[in-house]
Design a protein. Structure first.
Length: 408
């Protein structure tokens, strides 16, 4: 975030009964200085450490301490109005109650009704933090998507040293900013329908033999997973692969290049982005035998024929505004071949990678690529995890989607 880090952010701050509650006063001050609107809810124990009037003064808003003052549905209205919630400090008791879904006070009810993301900054004695019950509660909350910052190590209120100190204000602000950024990313492709192809195809000679390549589908699955994480509706057309379906994706399993072509044509009409990551076989046996070909049958020659070029077959069949991304997996003259494919296949972006390079190509978790755009731009990338490369590809695709595309 630039300028005022939290400009326009509406935040619920929960304060629990801990000596660290005094730090929350400074936290509210920093948040409001950086553009946030802060609504504070306090547990009964928290009011023993800091008065509600203190938070009302620094936040400029009424402080909620119980369910029976103010309008009857204030807790629901407030929970739905804020963009996010932060509990700092969060005691072991509050973690346990929220993990169990207990909502018998103002803060518990607000957290249970919350629609947005939640960040928690625990503060407690080291033994309480390490207790199996607390660890189980933390695991439960994290599994539900709750983010944590801290606790830190240092002197504790008990006089002991250990893990349990609430994170410092700058660290909490950084964690909050990161969480809000993740939320924006998660919604950045809402409304888009991304059609992704992944993996190798198989062209059978007979029931037990086929032509294929070493592609595992990792790159395509990474693109599909990232698009879904950003809020897009994702259709994943996958060749034979043992990879699990990414959350939020609709998967269509295919075998041959012809199968994949049929699936793409069936779904491209409703897509706004097409990302062709699949390593599609260029050739297939001219004859597919219904039974296993015996070793002593004939002279061992196999006649091949070309498979259909899926991208070329889409000419004139794609919806207006569709962003098309292709891949060029090469072993020589990488950029020249990629530039030619970009034009021939009418792509907006092509991802060129030399599959002979260490750490790139098939059966590895990383890749090294150059992104080449229709506008002539070229971005050479260092070796990256495929998940990170997927994010960069989608960043470019989203930018293309938002721009006015040249007439074809």
């Amino acid at each position: 975030m630039t300028g005022a880090r939290f400009h326009g952010v509406r935040l619920l701050l929960g304060v629990c009964g801990s000596i660290a509650a005094y730090k929350s006063v400074y936290l509210v001050r920093r948040l409001t200085e950086q553009g946030a609107t802060v609504h504070v809810a306090m547990t009964g124990a928290a009011t023993r450490f800091v008065t509600p009037l203190t938070f009302e003064t620094v936040s400029g808003n009424p402080v909620m301490t119980d369910l029976f003052s103010g309008p009857p549905n204030r807790h629901i209205e407030l929970a739905e109005a804020v963009d996010a919630a932060l509990v700092a400090p969060a005691t072991a008791n509050t973690l346990a109650r929220h993990a169990a879904g207990i909502a018998d006070d103002a803060l518990g009810t607000l957290l249970l009704a919350l629609r947005g993301p939640l960040l928690v900054a625990p503060a407690m004695d080291g033994g309480m933090w390490d207790h199996p019950a607390t660890r189980a509660n933390v695991d439960t909350l994290q599994a539900r998507g709750v983010a944590f910052v801290g606790p830190a190590s240092g002197p504790l209120a008990s006089g002991l040293e250990g893990v349990g100190r609430v994170a410092e204000v700058p660290e909490i602000l950084d964690a909050l900013e990161a969480m809000l950024a993740d939320v924006r990313v998660a919604a950045s492709m809402a409304g888009e329908h991304v059609l992704v192809t992944a993996g190798a195809t198989r062209e059978h000679l007979d029931p037990v033999r086929f032509l294929s390549n070493p592609s595992t589908g990792r790159m395509g699955f990474a693109v599909a997973a990232e698009a879904a994480r950003r809020g897009a509706r994702v259709t994943l057309v996958a060749g034979p692969s043992e990879l699990p379906t990414p959350p939020g994706c609709t998967r269509l399993d295919v075998t041959s290049a012809a199968d994949m072509a049929d699936a793409v044509r069936a779904h491209v009409g409703g897509a706004s982005m097409l990302v062709m990551c699949a390593a599609v076989s260029d050739f297939r046996p001219a004859v597919r035998h219904p039974h296993k070909v015996k070793k002593d049958a004939g002279e061992g020659h196999v006649a091949l024929e070309r498979t259909e070029d899926i991208l070329k077959s889409l000419a004139g069949r794609t919806p207006e505004g569709l962003v098309k991304v292709g891949f060029a997996a090469e072993t020589e003259d990488l950029l020249a071949h990629a530039r030619r494919k970009l034009v021939e296949k009418d792509l907006d972006l092509i991802v060129a990678n030399d599959v002979t390079q260490p750490g790139a190509g098939f059966r590895v978790a990383t890749n090294r690529a150059t992104l080449i755009g229709r506008d002539g731009s070229e971005q050479a990338l260092d070796i990256l995890p495929k998940a990170r490369l997927a994010a960069l590809i989608l960043d470019r695709a989203v930018a293309l989607r938002q721009s006015v595309r040249p007439a074809r």
